[in-house]
Write a protein that binds this ligand. Structure first.
Ligand SMILES: Cc1cc2nc3c(=O)[nH]c(=O)nc-3n(C[C@H](O)[C@H](O)[C@H](O)COP(=O)(O)OP(=O)(O)OC[C@H]3O[C@@H](n4cnc5c(N)ncnc54)[C@H](O)[C@@H]3O)c2cc1C
Length: 497
């Protein structure tokens, strides 16, 4: 069963795919167009690695429970390497708001609900060095995949290899039994398949937001602000979402997410000083970014063109190509605001390794991979898409000065009231928070916790106490839109003076 498999791209999902396939006894070659990480630790990787192939490399990444558990279960020695590199563990009890700490009684399943906190540069470097040391896996750096080779068989187009260009040299052909596309959001494979007349169909929804980041480091002798404070370090002001991502070695990042139409705020936030002024106006961010607590280590920078993408590689029961599989962002992408991409990519990688191990028939493999991807990832994709659509509606209503709480049909109102009741109950009841966090960490299908009758009764009780009381849990303290625009204008004129 051992096969000679090529993985295109050594990003997070490509590396996980390499590990999962090698663990099943396959011979794996990863082709990566970027250079390898520089010598040294997490800071060298973050500040020094020319990582052009993954534009999101310096944006903060959350690594959710499902991914952490998969890595820990399959590669326990890898987890130790993260701790050595300065990464930290955020457990369920660390995530409890102050109101819940007193009533908290641990349950065994809480142990699974942990997140790895480190910069993406740290995650990628540690994972990559571990993969480099794995028997059966080779990583070819500065190797750009520029095409694929195929043959036409009775069962359909069959991929037989790749066209690669090392260090911009001559194009060479390499043969492999199987090709896995892990080349991320900019994948060229759908284009190449289209050119062969084998169309990949794509669902594409614009999330209509821009995502901004700035990195900081805690000052010597200072501690991170308490995570159990009343002012939450992540929240939604309606027209703006924000969050702190604690990382490794005293580093953390702040993200601010704005709808595309907030042109004035978007312009302001590109300026690092104005970014800080805006953060200082938000009570949940101020304790982190105040100059006595931390020092910025980068400018502020953005990421736009955020889409939810689902690519179909089987049309009407017929695979577009055999011996070809797409994993991670090249197949499924969700809004980075939910921090799900690396986790869904890790699930996808392990799913592929299992299917290739269990079946040897090319058609059966393609159909099973398609079906199991639908079963595992589709509910997460749909939940993310629905959240995007609600966010777009709410931001539009705020822009138009409408009453955000009471727009739309009765059905929409009821759905929003239900959401508020869950949010409010999760702030005050550990069992509801535990359920919601299982969904957040992708430990179960989205919303599965609502099947629990105790949780359902609690939420009903919260619904009955009225929406006005519940929606306070959703919005955090912070300036209203017009106030924030005034802060941005003042900050702008100070910068100009
Ligand atoms: C702003 C932002 C924030 C995010 N935050 C989070 C988060 O908090 N948590 C989370 O889980 N996810 C997050 N994501 C999503 C996450 O970054 C992706 O889901 C994840 O990186 C996908 O992994 P991948 O391996 O599929 O692709 P990538 O990590 O993008 O890797 C693709 C690799 O392929 C290489 N490559 C591309 N083309 C070729 C070629 N032709 N030849 C050779 N090599 C090639 C690239 O150089 C790159 O190394 C975020 C995304 C963005 C945009």
């Amino acid at each position: 069963m051992n096969q000679n498999i090529a993985v295109v791209g050594a990003g997070i999902c490509g590396l996980c795919t390499g590990l999962a396939l090698a663990a099943k006894g396959n011979l794996v070659t990863l082709y990566e167009r970027d250079i390898e990480p520089p010598e040294g630790g997490a800071d060298q990787a973050f500040f020094g690695w020319k990582r052009r192939g993954a534009a999101q490399f310096r944006h903060p990444h959350a690594f959710l429970g499902v991914m952490c558990n998969m890595l820990e279960k399959n590669y326990p020695d890898l987890i130790e390497l993260f701790w050595e590199a300065g990464a930290r563990k955020l457990s369920f009890s660390d995530m409890l708001p102050p109101e819940l700490l007193l009533q908290y009684e641990p349950e065994p399943s809480d142990d699974d609900m942990w997140m790895l906190m480190c910069r993406r540069a740290t995650m990628e470097t540690v994972l990559r060095r571990y993969v480099e040391g794995t028997h059966n896996v080779t990583i070819n750096n500065t190797t750009n995949v520029v095409g694929m080779t195929t043959v036409e068989k009775r069962e359909g187009i069959t991929v037989t290899g790749l066209e690669v260009q090392i260090d911009r040299g001559e194009i060479e052909q390499v043969s492999h039994d199987i090709i896995v596309d892990a080349s991320g959001r900019g994948t060229k494979f759908p284009e190449w398949l289209d050119a062969l007349g084998s169309g990949v169909t794509t669902e594409d929804d614009d999330a209509d937001i821009v995502y901004y980041t700035r990195h900081y480091q805690i000052n010597p002798g200072e501690q991170e602000p308490s995570r159990h404070s009343k002012e939450r370090s992540a929240g939604d002001l309606g027209y703006m979402k924000y969050g702190v991502f604690p990382g490794d070695n005293g580093h953390f990042a702040v993200i601010i997410c704005l709808p595309n139409h907030e042109t004035e705020l978007r312009e302001a936030i590109k300026d690092p000083d104005q970014f800080d002024d805006i953060c200082n106006a938000i009570p949940g961010l101020k304790p982190w970014v105040s100059p006595s607590k931390s020092t910025p280590t980068t400018s502020s920078f953005g990421f736009g063109d955020i889409h939810a993408i689902w690519r179909h590689f089987v049309n009407d029961g017929i695979p577009v190509a055999l011996n070809f599989f797409a994993v991670g962002d090249s197949a499924v992408r969700t809004n980075p605001l939910y921090g799900r991409g690396c986790s869904t990519g890790t699930i996808h990688a392990h799913l592929l390794a299992r299917i290739l191990d269990e079946s040897s028939d090319p058609v059966e493999r393609a159909l099973r991979f398609d079906e199991e991807t639908e079963n595992e990832l589709r509910p997460i994709f749909i939940a993310s898409l629905n959240e995007d659509k609600q966010g777009i509606k709410r931001a539009k209503a705020i822009l138009e000065g409408k009453d955000v709480e009471n727009t739309g049909s009765f059905k929409q109102w009821l759905r929003a009231a239900f959401g508020d009741a869950i949010g409010s109950a999760a702030r005050e009841q550990v069992h509801v928070l535990r359920g919601a966090m299982r969904t957040f960490n992708l430990m179960e299908k989205p919303g599965d916790f609502l099947k629990d009758s105790r949780i359902r009764w609690t939420i009903l009780r919260y619904m009955l106490r009225g929406r006005a009381k519940n929606n306070r849990a959703r919005f955090q303290r912070g300036p209203r839109r017009m106030e924030m625009l005034a802060i941005a204008q003042q900050s702008n004129s100070q910068a100009a003076a």
